[in-house]
Write a protein that binds this ligand. Structure first.
Ligand SMILES: Nc1ncnc2c1ncn2[C@@H]1O[C@H](COP(=O)(O)OP(=O)(O)OP(=O)(O)O)[C@@H](O)[C@H]1O
Length: 229
């Protein structure tokens, strides 16, 4: 489903006149429906890998081949902005520990809009938004509220619900359980298991190794920009 070859990304820090090598020589592949876990120290380049796959960062060299439904095999490292936007809408989800909300949009509308984006009918989008919000234990009294007022854990669960309602083919998880309590983590774990059964391919970064136990098909450890296997 995804094959990363010799990926390299560096950042130019202009005010320090310095180049920072975030990742170099990263190669791995993930089969359809598998879950790859990435662990490693802070600053070792884990998020840079996910952001390169999601098209947020453009790597300097290397390739990211993705078996897309819309375009066939596509190198995400060289995809156009239009292709990336299309894939984000229909195929690739990204969940970080931060929720970016739209002003004056309720929690329910956020999830509903996400479902509508994938081409669901308004009725289907409403049904699926309700199901997903319930799945993630977001209290019904909060559905019409603005997420700005949510607690940290509620925001995280909403963030994941918004990605999961799309049933993406590839889901990138950048520490989505940071600061969640055990009950909420369990919900996230159940959702991941459900997605896997539906055939979603996942790549996830977690600090909580206990959480990953038995969930990932493979785990690799990053050390200062390179994979340490
Ligand atoms: N946009 C950016 N501009 C400059 N430097 C960056 C940028 N993004 C990441 N870096 C640098 O690249 C390196 C890798 O960062 P990255 O966020 O990938 O690490 P990480 O392993 O995900 O860390 P953490 O576990 O703390 O989230 C770090 O030294 C970071 O400062």
């Amino acid at each position: 489903m995804i094959q990363v070859e010799n990926l390299q990304k560096h950042f130019t820090i202009h005010h320090l006149d310095k180049t920072l090598r975030a990742i170099q020589g990263i190669s791995f592949s993930v089969e359809k429906g598998q879950f790859l876990g990435i662990v490693g120290k802070s600053g070792s380049g884990k998020s840079t890998i996910l952001k390169s796959i999601y098209g947020t960062y453009r790597p300097q060299s290397g390739a990211i081949y993705y078996e897309s439904e819309s375009f066939g095999n596509i190198n995400l490292a060289e995809a156009t902005d239009q292709e990336i936007i299309h894939l984000r809408k229909y195929e690739i989800g990204y969940v970080s520990q931060f929720l970016s909300v739209m002003p004056r949009t309720s929690a329910f509308e956020l999830v509903e809009q996400s479902a509508l984006e994938t081409g669901k009918s308004p009725e289907e989008a409403i049904t699926e938004a309700k199901e997903t919000l319930s799945d993630f234990d977001i209290d019904e009294s909060l559905w019409n509220n603005y997420p700005n007022y949510f607690s940290g854990g509620e925001k995280l669960r909403l963030n994941i619900a918004r990605a999961v309602v799309k049933k993406p083919r590839l889901l990138l998880l950048d520490e989505p359980t940071a600061s969640l309590d055990d009950a909420s983590k369990l919900k996230v774990r159940e959702a991941i298991e459900k997605l896997k059964l539906q055939g979603t391919t996942l790549i996830g970064i977690f600090h909580d190794l206990e959480f990953m136990e038995g969930l990932c098909d493979e785990v690799f450890t990053m050390q200062k920009g390179v994979v340490n296997s």
